[in-house]
Design a binder for this molecule. Structure first.
Ligand code: ZN
Ligand code: ZN
Ligand code: FE
Length: 763
């Protein structure tokens, strides 16, 4: 048998996941010499040995890579014959133009959990225990390649024990960049009123005592601070709401185990796996009886609660079960409503001192702030509401190639997207670009992603809305750098995002159901109930909801009761009729003013938004007249809907218009006839399913198209999603829906990128 040399180049998520130690072990096992290194291109290696050994080595590496690795490409080439004295792990190499996906932050692994609980381990109860399979990644990395000096761990010098593990290829902490121990690593302490009150274990116990006593704590975590309190304490939760100026938005929860979550929510196999996964997102779960009581406090009006498991060692210690200690904690992003999550100690002391009674701090710096991801389950698979920690910045890979470009996304639930080749680095959830702090976070994150992934945009894509901060950023960037700018219509971007995610590689259009709250239309009006024929290259607006007046503009968005009056008058009903709840909620004066606005059109823009129709229906049923966060009324209506109801209202298609007036009339009639709210709410939902089917059938009859792409914030509604998919399939359609990005505006940047990539650079 002849000896040979081969080189391999492995791309994907291959750094920070124990790839090189695995290569080392396999090379030893198969008696090979050579080397392996991390480069900004991925992992590169060369081996020398008997041909059969080399092949066995490559097979094993391909088939059994480290569990958290995600290999996109595995390129092997023959190399000139040469000998090595052994197998070595070489210094990282940095190729200036190349890029490499960076691993997302990973929840603590089972081995580290075991050591954390082992009194004989030197990291017993150490809040920063981690290994090559777990711990912080994206949130601590300053520059690639992913090596300790390029992370926020650079300032901690390894002790002799940790250094031994770090340099020993047989150790499970070999080249684990954040490796640390109580002797050399980061530490925790507690603070109150500007004074340090305790360190290490004593600080932890102090924090737990505060929580037990109903205090609100600011706790520094992996990607930023949480505000934390006893979820059962009405007092603590109310105080938190007041201080956060967040009157109704549901809070995320953390419980120490699946057993505890099982008390409050219905756990399926898939949900348990997702909660326990290395991504460890907040998972939205349906309530049990006990869950309903808890929801009344932490998530009023919701059918679901968002739970997560402790995903860092610090969280495990903080939530530890003990009699009389709260079994569930509120764990919400530490910010004033709509500001970005706080992530440095000094910022936290400054911004959170009015929100928190005390602090649990640590000195491992966070380089990039990142919120918790929020995921529901659809068909037992993750269905994203917010994509952030654990998922970003892993790129989406599409079937088409893109030149380097930046898509800046939209105003609410902003993400941006940097594209290069088949890779699309859709950023973590940035937030609503409505204040300077969030804008700064947006700009910093763009800078960071550009340098991390070596993307030098040659084109900028943005929304059509001229006044969005993301659009202004795009315009000024394009102008100052002399780059072409492509503005993409919002709902076109929704459908294109859905196509890109589903590996759509055809120039053919699909039927697009783009149902959401607000998007700037090509005609300058506000769109949001749109059935498109759309592909990457363009779109036709085939059906849209009959435009209604939005009395007071943004004021109507905050007060669904105003929109309800508008819909009543559109439907030819008397909005001031005494038995209708919307007018009486507003009071005579405001109701009169609203009607005047509707009739005159003064400060009452037209919109075809389906989100607003949800608002109107929620108010007409007396469920919700005023909201404090986006989609609150729609969520309340979904929560009310009786899943056994089969009735629906007609929304006729008339030319290009989907006419909601018969629905409004029938809904009011049902209410007057005394039909239960739960049945009416369900009928409302069912109407949209029927409408979608009718529109899709009509377009299929005209064009023969059978693919239906589903996108837009309205589709966060699981009552709708759980029905639209089987109905479409039963009718011979092929539904395409989001599985990697949220259906809400978090997907817009990818859609903009896909459209822009095809508009100029198509290959
Ligand atoms: Zn670990
Ligand atoms: Zn150490
Ligand atoms: Fe949208």
């Amino acid at each position: 048998m002849a000896a040979k040399n081969v080189t391999a180049h492995i791309l994907g998520i291959v750094q920070g996941v124990g790839f090189r130690p695995t290569v080392y072990l396999y090379a030893e096992k198969h008696h090979l010499s050579g080397w392996v290194l991390n480069s900004s291109r991925g992992v590169e290696l060369e081996v020398h040995g008997e041909a059969s050994d080399v092949d066995a080595f490559l097979d094993e590496l391909r088939n059994f890579p480290p569990p958290q690795a995600k290999i996109d490409r595995f390129l092997v080439a023959d190399a000139p014959y040469r000998l090595f004295s052994g197998f070595e792990i070489r210094e990282s190499e940095n190729h200036v133009d190349d890029f490499l996906p960076v691993s997302a932050d990973l929840a603590i692994c089972d081995d580290c959990k075991r050591e954390l609980a082992d009194p004989h381990d030197r990291r017993y109860r150490y809040p920063f225990i981690n290994c090559t399979h777990c711990g912080p990644r994206f949130s601590i990395i300053r520059e690639i390649p992913y090596d300790r000096p390029n992370t926020t761990m650079a300032e901690f010098t390894l002790c002799a024990d940790c250094a031994g593990e770090y340099h020993n290829p047989a150790d499970r902490r070999f080249h684990a960049q954040p490796v640390a121990c109580p002797a050399c690593g980061p530490e925790i302490w507690s603070e109150q009123a500007g004074q340090v009150t305790a360190h290490a274990e004593a600080a932890l116990q102090q924090a737990r005592a505060w929580l037990k006593a109903g205090k609100i704590l600011a706790v520094k975590g992996l990607g930023g601070f949480h505000l934390c309190c006893d979820a059962h304490s009405i007092n603590a939760v109310q105080t938190l709401r007041q201080r956060k100026q967040r009157s109704a938005k549901p809070f995320a929860l953390m419980a120490p185990s699946l057993q505890v979550i099982d008390r409050y929510a219905r756990l399926t196999q898939a949900a348990s796996e997702l909660l326990n996964s290395p991504q460890a997102p907040v998972v939205l779960l349906e309530l049990t009886e006990a869950g309903r009581e808890l929801a009344a406090i932490v998530a009023p009006g919701q059918v679901r609660l968002g739970f997560m498991l402790p995903y860092t060692p610090l969280h495990i210690l903080l939530t530890e079960a003990e009699p009389a200690f709260p079994d569930v904690l509120v764990m919400t992003s530490a910010n004033l409503s709509e500001e970005p999550i706080a992530y440095t100690n000094s910022e936290a002391r400054e911004r959170l001192s009015t929100l928190a009674d005390a602090f649990l701090l640590h000195n491992r710096p966070i380089n990039m702030r990142i919120d918790d991801s929020v995921v529901a389950l659809l068909r037992e698979k993750p269905y994203f509401f917010r994509r952030a920690r654990g998922f970003a910045p892993s790129p989406l890979v599409t079937s088409f190639q893109s030149e380097p470009l930046l898509a800046t996304g939209t105003q609410l639930k902003n993400t941006f997207c940097l594209s290069r080749g088949p890779y699309h680095f859709v950023s973590h959830y940035i937030g609503d670009l409505e204040n300077q702090e969030t804008l700064t976070a947006f700009e910093q994150a763009i800078c960071h992603y550009e340098s991390l992934f070596r993307v030098q945009p040659k084109l900028i894509a943005c929304d059509l809305h001229p006044d969005y901060m993301a659009t202004r950023y795009a315009v000024s960037r394009a102008t100052s750098q002399g780059l072409p700018l492509v503005a993409v219509q919002h709902h076109h971007a929704h459908i294109a995002a859905c196509l890109a995610e589903n590996n759509w590689d055809s120039a053919e259009p699909v039927i697009g159901l783009a149902f959401d709250g607000t998007g700037y239309g090509s005609d300058g009006t506000i769109w949001g109930g749109e059935v498109l024929l759309a592909g990457y290259h363009g779109f036709e607006r085939r059906f849209h909801l009959l435009p209604a007046r939005l009395p007071g503009g943004d004021l109507a968005v905050r007060k669904p009761a105003r929109t309800a009056l508008s819909y009543l008058s559109l439907a030819g009903l008397d909005p001031l009729e005494a038995d209708l709840p919307s007018a009486s909620y507003l009071g005579k004066e405001e109701a009169q003013a609203v009607i005047h606005q509707v009739q005159s059109g003064f400060n009452a823009p037209l919109t075809s938004s389906l989100g607003r129709l949800f608002d109107a229906a929620a108010s007409l049923l007396g469920i919700c007249h005023e909201v404090s966060f986006e989609a609150q009324a729609a969520a309340a209506l979904e929560a009310a809907a009786d899943p056994t109801e089969a009735g629906f209202y007609e929304i006729p298609l008339d030319g290009e218009v989907m006419d909601p007036r018969p629905l409004v009339i029938a809904l009011v009639a049902d209410r007057r006839a005394g039909l239960s709210l739960t049945r009416i709410a369900a009928r409302f939902h069912n109407s949209l399913i029927q409408l979608s089917l009718n529109a899709a059938r009509q377009l299929r009859a005209e064009t023969g198209i059978r693919h239906v792409a589903i996108s837009g914030g309205v589709w966060q509604n699981l009552y709708l999603m759980n029905r639209i998919l089987p109905y479409l399939e039963a009718d011979g359609f092929i539904p395409l829906f989001h599985q990697q990005l949220p259906p809400n505006d978090g997907c817009i940047s990818l859609g903009q990128s896909a459209v822009a990539a095809h508009s100029i650079f198509t290959k």
